[in-house]
Design a protein around this ligand. Structure first.
Ligand SMILES: [Mg+2]
Length: 228
């Protein structure tokens, strides 16, 4: 039996500044004429409860006085994000892990994903960068309650037999989900994040056992085997 590493996806496995966050900006601009800054988006994320980019886009539109149905916003967001398969924002994502990281980790760890994405959308990216690497992927359509609820973590832990377990994420909702599940949390805060210092403080304040710039230094944290 191995230790178990559960990863959030966006901002952890993949860099999404040019994909999801740019899609939020473009969607809000489309319906209001006013483009939110990346700082404004990060401020919403840091507040907690805004893990869902569709809900966040709709909220930011309403705040700007836009009057548009939620589903209309979702449809436009998805059109920009997925495109026709050759031109969507999703293609701007960048895989964060350097060559060899997961090859080494998987010798001693089972690897899983708990993401706020729809499972199918998670696989679009995983199949592109790391096919077959993650044994179990739990998406937003696999749980009845989204993060910060711990349901997805519980689900993975009930399916994959394991010894120690960690959850690796980049938002306050990820940290709260891990805490509610009773699993040690490793925070990711990219130095390029417009609210870097605040995010580090938030993740530490929620009990992160470590806060890393990115997952490439994760081995030092999870090799200790101290978690339960
Ligand atoms: Mg994330």
């Amino acid at each position: 039996m191995k230790d178990l590493l559960i990863f959030d996806m966006d901002g952890v496995l993949v860099e999404v500044t040019e994909s999801y966050r740019a899609t939020i900006q473009a969607t809000v601009k489309h319906f209001t004429g006013d483009e939110p800054s990346r700082v404004e988006i990060q401020d919403w994320k840091n507040r907690g409860g805004w893990n869902d980019d569709w809900l966040l886009s709709h909220r930011m539109i309403l705040e700007r006085g836009g009057k548009v149905e939620y589903q209309t916003v979702v449809d436009h967001f998805q059109k920009l994000f997925l495109g026709d398969g050759t031109n969507g924002m999703i293609l701007r994502e960048q895989w964060v892990a350097r060559e060899g990281l997961f090859e080494r980790l998987k010798d001693s760890h089972d690897l899983a994903v708990f993401t706020g994405r729809l499972r199918e959308e998670a696989y679009l990216t995983l199949n592109r960068f790391a096919p077959g690497l993650f044994g179990l992927v739990v998406g937003s359509d696999d749980v009845s309650k989204p993060k910060p609820d711990p349901e997805g973590i519980h689900k993975i832990r009930s399916i994959v037999e394991h010894r120690a377990c960690w959850y690796v994420g980049d938002t306050i909702d990820d940290a709260r989900s891990a805490k509610a599940a009773g699993v040690p949390f490793v925070g990711i805060a990219a130095p390029a994040n417009p609210r870097y210092g605040e995010l580090v403080d938030i993740l530490r304040g929620e009990g992160a056992v470590a806060v890393l710039d990115d997952i490439n230094t994760l081995e030092a944290v999870v090799a200790k085997g101290s978690a339960q």
